[in-house]
Design a protein around this ligand. Structure first.
Ligand SMILES: [Zn+2]
Ligand SMILES: [Zn+2]
Length: 351
């Protein structure tokens, strides 16, 4: 099969031929129909040591954890938590890991905390930048009839946003500020709007990203390269934001979020910073801020995203800015390393 292979840190991915993966008895083999490029993958290709908290990739790694596709092989012992058996031809997306299924974390529905879990696209378990991917029967979710493969590839980033909004304990009428208008910022905006926030404002240094923000449910945008964010926010909403999401994740962005909050405000850190950072605790202390960190999602986040897509109660299609085949994939991947108006680029192996 074809796959985009990691060669070495800083080097472009190479499209090559490798053997198709063999599913274990508890797994499905899925023919990839679409797979989104994630910022984590961009970051991972530059990792040379463990100082940033993540291990460097080994040569030949196939990344990609935002995939969906068609089941082409069903292991003899697969289990589907939704009740019905898996069949060839089923359309699925999946939690991008395969967990043990019986430890305490797995039983509590937190498979991503399973110490036995392997992650699609990180280690030896390949990801979706390929013709085929192995998926755990217990981690797969059927795509409802109303969810096509392009929307199916957005379920993972939508689940990230949904989990962040759950953790924020968003209340109807809350005033929200989202720092960073990338895919995660947009997903957070969409869910804040969905759950009844009064103001959903995105600030970004790239004004071009703010146009897309409106299509995803943002009520206003702040061009942080030109405008004073707190001043402009007060003009828009009449006060500071009740909840601030850091969807940037670079040194300094957490402090910025803390500076933007009012007394007793809530900060949710969704952007993943993998470099050392400093914050001024006294600012958070004197404001008595609630600061929450979020990581990944749960199965119920995938389920709700799928159901709302199916019922057309959410529409995330404006996140997709380009769909490429293998021919153009490596260049598209490299292009995302430079900040631009691009949002989600999908690989469609059949283009
Ligand atoms: Zn991702
Ligand atoms: Zn487990």
């Amino acid at each position: 099969m074809r796959a985009a292979l990691f060669e070495a840190p800083g080097q472009p991915l190479v499209i090559g031929e490798v053997e198709a993966p063999q599913p274990l008895p508890s797994e499905l083999l899925v023919k990839v129909k679409a797979c989104g490029i994630c910022g984590t993958d961009l970051h991972l290709t530059g990792v040379t040591d463990r100082s940033g908290g993540m291990a460097p990739l080994s040569q030949g790694t196939i990344m990609g954890h935002e995939f969906c596709g068609e089941v082409v092989e069903v292991g003899a012992q697969t289990r589907n938590p939704a009740g019905r058996n898996w069949h060839e031809g089923d359309r699925v997306c999946a939690l991008p890991y395969i967990a043990c299924g019986h430890c305490l974390n797995c039983l509590a529905g937190h498979g991503h905390r399973c110490t036995m879990a392997s992650y699609n696209g990180m280690g030896s378990l390949g990801g979706g930048y390929a013709d085929y991917v192995r998926v755990g029967g217990a981690e797969a979710l059927a795509l409802p009839a109303g969810v096509d493969y392009r929307a199916g590839a957005l379920v993972e980033p939508l689940a990230v946003g949904l989990h962040a909004v759950r953790v924020a304990k968003l209340q109807p009428g809350d005033a929200v500020l989202i720092v960073g208008g990338g895919p995660i910022g947009l997903a957070v905006a969409m869910w804040c709007r969905f759950f009844g926030a009064r103001h959903v404002v995105i600030s970004d240094l790239l004004a071009g990203r703010l146009d897309k923000a409106a299509a995803m449910g943002a009520t206003d945008g702040i061009d942080a390269s030109k405008e004073d964010v707190v001043g402009r926010y007060k003009q828009i909403a009449g006060s500071r934001a009740d909840v601030i999401f850091d969807c940037v994740g670079v040194p300094g962005s957490q402090q910025l979020a803390m500076d933007y909050t009012p007394m007793n405000g809530r900060v949710v850190v969704a952007g993943v910073c993998m470099r050392p950072d400093t914050v001024m605790p006294v600012k958070a202390i004197t404001k008595e801020l609630q600061v929450n960190y979020v990581y990944m999602y749960e199965r119920r986040d995938f389920e709700l995203a799928l159901e709302m897509l199916d019922h057309e109660r959410i529409d995330a299609s404006s996140m997709i800015t380009e769909i490429v085949g293998f021919d153009a994939f490596s260049a598209a991947f490299e292009g995302l390393k430079t900040p631009s108006d691009q949002c989600k680029i999908l690989l469609d192996p059949h283009l």
